[in-house]
Design a protein around this ligand. Structure first.
Ligand SMILES: *Cc1c(COP(=O)(O)O)cnc(C)c1O
Length: 366
């Protein structure tokens, strides 16, 4: 007879046994403002056309593993510099895994464990992927205003010699864009010993990017996703980098990692990028309005955001989240993520109606 607990102890690694899976709360019946989704769908006419395209997709065939047509659309529409290519991921989450898998050294190399470094608080998948790939993770605290602590970052880079440095631009969960000259100083300090990964998941809202500067920095790569732009459901991320680096990452990528339905939907969406960009512009206008309304509330500190979410400090985050939950509004309590985020909450910018529902519940909680 197999004892399943013994089996797990004998087979599953210790850090996995000790850890927990990525928690996503059940959101049925709630206004969902916790995951930075775009609240708008494509217009009906476009959805009907997309339905036809999806019906024509060859579901009986494996995807073409080079994904050349989709990659060509991405290069042409999303500002990838001439001479640069991309690899695709099943969401940028998978690209983060690919990066860490490619850089985690094996014991036999005799160089010790490789290091991933990032400012904290940051996107949790950087730490999780590094850990699961077998890399050490070093987090360098941001300053209290959520800007990069440049001397501390440079010191940590000199000390730990990270193979990967993740910089989310804008940062999640803080929402701000780091100063470009701080980022350049970090990229230059890494030189030929480390790769700087610019995670531009919120680029559609920030309208700021390092993409065009790829040719200036061979050790910088730029990662993006279609998720926050409005296609979180299809799971499509991409990474732009110098060709020799891409070739290395491509060795680790599962060959058919993006399914044909996502591929067709992404190509279709990129043909209608103007519609998605207009939605992003609407959300940016709503962000300004919601930020202003919250800033007028006593006891609330609004942090500047260049993303489709706003991070604010309230007098009692626990009480605010409980009140919002009772009013059927889901947001994220950031308080326990990091000391810098004490009593901070994060709300996704949504439709005028949902924003108003959130704002009313927030006021009632104060
Ligand atoms: C949401 C998010 C991602 C994940 O994007 P997917 O493409 O949906 O996997 C990556 N990085 C940051 C900073 C994010 O906030």
């Amino acid at each position: 007879m197999t004892d399943i607990d013994k089996l797990i102890a004998n087979t599953i690694r210790a850090d996995v046994r000790a850890g927990s899976s990525y928690k996503v709360p059940d959101s049925i019946g709630y206004v969902k403002l916790d995951a930075m989704e775009n609240p708008y769908q494509l217009p009906d006419a476009l959805r009907a056309e997309l339905g036809q395209r999806l019906a024509d997709a060859a579901l009986n065939r494996y995807p073409v593993p080079s994904y050349e047509t989709l990659k060509r659309r991405i290069r042409a529409k999303l500002g990838v510099p001439a001479g640069y290519d991309v690899i695709l991921g099943n969401g940028s989450d998978e690209i983060i895994s690919i990066l860490t898998m490619a850089c985690a050294r094996q014991a036999g190399e005799g160089r010790g464990r490789a290091v991933t470094l990032a400012p904290v608080p940051d996107f949790v998948m950087f730490r999780r992927s590094a850990q699961f790939a077998g890399m050490d993770f070093v987090g360098v605290p941001l300053k209290a205003d959520f800007s990069l602590d440049r001397p501390a970052m440079l010191e940590a880079i000199a000390e730990h010699k990270p193979s990967l440095v993740f910089l989310a631009y804008p940062n999640n969960p803080t929402g701000n864009l780091f100063a470009a000259d701080d980022i350049v100083a970090i990229v230059e300090a890494l030189g030929d010993s480390g790769i700087a990964v610019l995670d531009e998941a919120y680029q559609p809202f920030a309208r700021a990017s390092f993409m065009e500067r790829l040719p200036s920095f061979p050790n910088m790569v730029v990662m993006r996703t279609l998720s926050k732009l409005g296609l979180a459901g299809i799971r499509l991320g991409y990474l732009a980098a110098a060709q020799p680096l891409l070739e290395q990452f491509d060795k680790v990528r599962p060959p058919y990692n993006v399914n044909v339905l996502s591929q067709v939907a992404a190509e279709f969406a990129l043909d209608h990028l103007d519609v998605l960009d207009a939605q992003a512009a609407r959300l940016n206008a709503a962000r300004a309005e919601l930020s202003g309304a919250m800033a007028a509330l006593a006891g609330v500190t609004v942090f500047p955001s260049s993303a489709n979410f706003i991070t604010v400090r309230v007098p009692d985050a626990e009480r605010t989240c409980a009140k919002l939950f009772a009013e059927k509004v889901l947001i994220k309590n950031l308080s326990k993520m990091h000391v810098l985020l004490a009593n901070c909450i994060r709300v996704t910018v949504s439709t005028p109606e949902e924003n108003a529902q959130f704002l009313n519940a927030l006021k009632a909680s104060l």
